[in-house]
Design a protein. Sequence first.
Lengths: 80, 389
Amino acid sequence: MSPTFEFDGAEIAARDGQTIAGALIASGRASWRTAAGAERGVFCGIGICQDCTVTVNGAAGVRACLRTACDGDVVEPESR
Amino acid sequence: MRVVVVGAGVIGAASALALARAGAEVVLVDRAGIAAETSSRCEGNVLVSDKGADPAVRPEAELAIASNAMWRSLALELDAERGDGPATELEAKGGVVVAFPQGAAPLTAFAEGQRSIGIRAEVVDGAALRALEPHLSPEVELGVHYPDDAQVQPSLATQSLASAAMRRGARLVLAEVTAARMRGGRIVGVETTSGAIDADAVVLCAGPWSGEAAARLGARLDIRPRRGMILVTTAMRQRVFHKVYDADYVGAVGSADAQLQTSTVVESTPAGTVLIGSSRERVGFDDRPALAPIEAIAAKAVRLFPFLAETQLLRTYAGFRPYAPDHLPVIGEDPAVPGLFHASGHEGAGIGLAPATAELIAHHVLGSATALDPAPFLPGRASLAEVAA
């Protein structure tokens, strides 16, 4: 099945097994977090840089590049 | 006049800029590069809150008050010179020193002394304290708010100081200083791994390696390293708004105890990470990873800010803080080697004290005017000689 999740109020369709970051990029988003006023998104893509973090179902600091998108996830952007 | 500045940490970079501004031809020499050691392995503190009013340490407090003001104008100048981005990331966010019930009385007494020498230090408790830091543990009884505490990004600030010096003609040489060139009992340059450099004066700013470097130059200087470790969390939404630390930090810095000491210092950075310090250990230059300070720092930090229990650490780092036996910086001409000037021993306060130290160095080397009192920091002072004897 193809999961869908909610991101910042929008519905995002993912492919089965795709990461949240992959689905966000496929939806046309290059960045989804801000730090020190600058835009952040996937930098390393392998779980090291911590730049792509999002809040998933209330848990903060989840690396979008490692987390598989699940049907019904509620994903929120983070900022500092 | 040509001046060799040995060491491109924050003290060397600031001194190079002050000397170049005053017209000297400056050669900045470092074996590893700009901000390669202590100045990039610290927190960038520009503090007045940790400076006490007791006679033995009051000179450093007065130096810190003056240097704090200097950083504010210097940061604006460096920003304007760089032009394409922040040059220091100076954050004038203020500090909040907090106490659990048993520490409240000593903290308020400490703050009262500080107010008597002109440090702004306002006691806050209850709702006023929680308004400043809403996520503090309910166990914290009382705080003192220091509006003048600030922070810079120390590597960036040091790079910017060195760049500003180089725009005024200073030259950077990557080499290790091996010996002094002497003539008529006076130092007239240095031998390095990249050849000799002649100079009219040599300023030694080698941080914790200043004792070893002084010996190579024929001088005796008792500067020792103390290891300090810092923890970095992953980025998160901002829940710490000032530089927040436990009142026992003041005791740890001034202590002569060799054993591991920790006291909690917590602050967030513009990137979203939280920096958690700090430890003090006398272990020489041992830079092997150590779990004990990390455990101790983390446990105390969670006691101060309970939400930290749910956060992840991204990395840890350690640096060596240079300290003199009497815990005052050493700034001035060597009593035995004319032409050799020292600027070291700033312990955990080198970033904050750099602009004022640089002004004193320009005064000692070139005779530039200063309103600061150089006397308490002179290398020939009795409190250094007694320990060395």
